[in-house]
Write a protein that binds this ligand. Structure first.
Ligand SMILES: N[C@@H](CCC(=O)N[C@@H](CS)C(=O)NCC(=O)O)C(=O)O
Length: 242
C-alpha cells in the first residue's frame, strides 16, 4: 500500500474490507501505489459541507488521483475510472457495459447483505428468507461467466484473455464474503462452482493474496463490520445449528 512517499492515489475508506476492498484490489492489480486516510480523516471528510468537499459525497469510498487531479466517490464510478486508466475493461462497448452491470450487481449484493447499509439488523427469519435470493445472485454471476466460456478449469467472467475489472469484482465480492463468512462457502461452491473456481484463481494472484493477507492482519476477519455484521453472523450461525 505504501512505498513511494507520495503515491499517485489516496483512498478514503473505513478500516475494514467491504466496499473499499474493491478499490484496493483494483489498485493492487494495476500495480498502482496508494495511501489510506486514517479513520478520523475519513469521518472528517464525510462531515464537511458539500460546498467544502473536493468532491461532494455522502459516504466512502473516495479515491483521489493526485497525478490527474481527480477525486471521485461512489464505488462503481471509482472502479470504472481505474479500469479505464489502467486498461482493465474488455475494450468493446458490449462487454464494457457488461462490466458496469457486474459492478452494479455487486453493489446491489452488498446493499442487500447489509440490509441497506445496516438500516435494519438481520434476524434468523429474515436471513432464512434471504438465502434463496443470495443463491440466485451467485447463479447470476456463474451463468454470466459460463456464457463467456468460464469453467471450473479456467476462463474469465467475460471471456477476456487477461483478468479484468469484472474478474476482480467477482473475487472481491464472493471471495472476500466467503473467506470472512466461511459458513457461506458450501452454498457458493454448490450454487456457483465455476464462479468459486474463478474467485479462487484471482485470489491466488500474488498481489491479491498479499492484499488479503495485509488486510486480515490490519483489520481481522471482519467483512462489513459493525452491528450489521454481528447480526449477520448470528443469523448464519442460528441457521447452521437450527
Ligand atoms: N453507493 C455508495 C455507497 C457508499 C456507502 O454506503 N458507504 C458506506 C461505507 S461502505 C458509508 O460509510 N456510508 C456512510 C453514509 O452513507 O452515511 C457506493 O457504492 O460507494
Amino acid at each position: 500500500m505504501q512505498g513511494d512517499p507520495t503515491p499517485r492515489y489516496a483512498l478514503h475508506y473505513w478500516p475494514v474490507m467491504f466496499r473499499g476492498q474493491f478499490v484496493r484490489a483494483t489498485l493492487a492489480h494495476a500495480g498502482a501505489a496508494w495511501d489510506e486516510a486514517d479513520i478520523d480523516a475519513v469521518a472528517q471528510a464525510m462531515s464537511e459541507d458539500p460546498q467544502d468537499q473536493p468532491v461532494p459525497f455522502m459516504g466512502p469510498p473516495v479515491l483521489t488521483d493526485r497525478q490527474a487531479g481527480v477525486m471521485l466517490a461512489q464505488m462503481p464510478a471509482i472502479l470504472d475510472y481505474l479500469a479505464h486508466v489502467h486498461g482493465l475493461m474488455p475494450g468493446d462497448p458490449a462487454r464494457d457495459a457488461l462490466t458496469r452491470k457486474v459492478v452494479a450487481d455487486a453493489n446491489d449484493v452488498l446493499m442487500e447483505m447489509t440490509r441497506h447499509n445496516g438500516a435494519q439488523m438481520w434476524t434468523t427469519e429474515a436471513w432464512a428468507d434471504y438465502v434463496p435470493r443470495l443463491s440466485r445472485w451467485m447463479g447470476i454471476f456463474d451463468e454470466t461467466g459460463r456464457r463467456h466460456g468460464l469453467t471450473e478449469g479456467g476462463g474469465t467472467l467475460l471471456g477476456t484473455e487477461a483478468h479484468g475489472l469484472a474478474d476482480l469484482v467477482t473475487h472481491v465480492l464472493w471471495g472476500t464474503m466467503t473467506d470472512t463468512l466461511p459458513a457461506l462457502r458450501p452454498l457458493f461452491e454448490r450454487t456457483a462452482p465455476a464462479l468459486a473456481a474463478l474467485s479462487d484463481r484471482v485470489g491466488a494472484l500474488p498481489e491479491q493474496a498479499a492484499l488479503h493477507a495485509r488486510s486480515v492482519e490490519a483489520w481481522g476477519e471482519a467483512w462489513c463490520g459493525g452491528q450489521i455484521e454481528a447480526s449477520l453472523r448470528a443469523a448464519i450461525a442460528a441457521q447452521a445449528t437450527g
